[in-house]
Design a binder for this molecule. Structure first.
Ligand code: CA
Length: 218
């Protein structure tokens, strides 16, 4: 899962990006509203964390412009102001959720998980595919009830394919969701992760469509 963090306070960016990367997300950042809007329009993020008070263009304006350009990426607003008026304004402008600063990183991560899940049309945090169970709350995978140890990237790839179950997912799309703008990993790493997942979870789960991508059949 790839997220964009639009925030101008270096300490907050650093802490949020580090925490989310440890959770296996790829994280792009922007420290002003113009840059945030440009990236938000240019890339297909799984979610955007958007601060309200930003240089060059505030969070409200970034959000309304994203929605005007028909970008439906889920947006979590980060607001320093805890007033009903601001929250209503955010939700009315098209924000999906908001968090009041200062916030706990664990709460941010939990809201992000819920947001991404809801936007994928999955209100239940558990996906079951045959004998494989993917728990998106604890980010764990089990086969026939026995836990399987996946790396953060392997988990993210499996979850991404599971959320898009029944759809062909191209290698490019997978790569874009697994790696961020700072990552110079090669795209054949996607194939390495898939083969690791097959080895750990089972050969049958993920089908290769040669020259196109991967699919978990529904
Ligand atoms: Ca700010």
């Amino acid at each position: 899962m790839r997220v964009l963090v639009v925030e101008d306070e270096p300490d907050v960016i650093r802490a949020v990006a580090m925490y989310l990367r440890e959770e296996g997300y790829s994280v792009d950042t922007a420290d002003n509203g113009e840059d945030g809007l440009f990236k938000g329009v240019s890339w297909d993020y799984d979610a955007i964390l958007l601060d309200v008070m930003l240089p060059r263009r505030d969070g409200w304006s970034v959000l309304s412009e994203l929605r005007r350009q028909n970008k439906t990426t889920p947006v979590l607003m980060l607001t320093a102001r805890d007033t009903v008026k601001d929250r209503v304004r955010g939700l009315d402008t098209g924000a999906d959720d908001y968090l009041i600063k200062p916030f706990e990183l664990s709460e941010l991560a939990a809201r992000l998980r819920a947001l991404i899940r809801r936007s994928a049309g999955k209100s239940q945090p558990v996906i079951e595919i045959g004998n494989v169970t993917i728990d998106m709350t604890s980010r764990t995978v089990s086969v026939d009830g026995a836990a399987v140890a996946l790396t953060a990237k392997e988990y993210c790839l499996l979850e991404f394919l599971a959320i898009h179950r029944g759809e062909l997912v191209t290698r490019t799309k997978i790569y874009d969701h697994l790696f961020d703008e700072y990552d110079a990993s090669l795209s054949n790493l996607v194939d390495v992760y898939v083969s690791n997942i097959r080895r750990k979870v089972g050969r049958e789960l993920i089908t290769t469509r040669r020259g196109m991508g991967y699919i978990i059949d529904s």
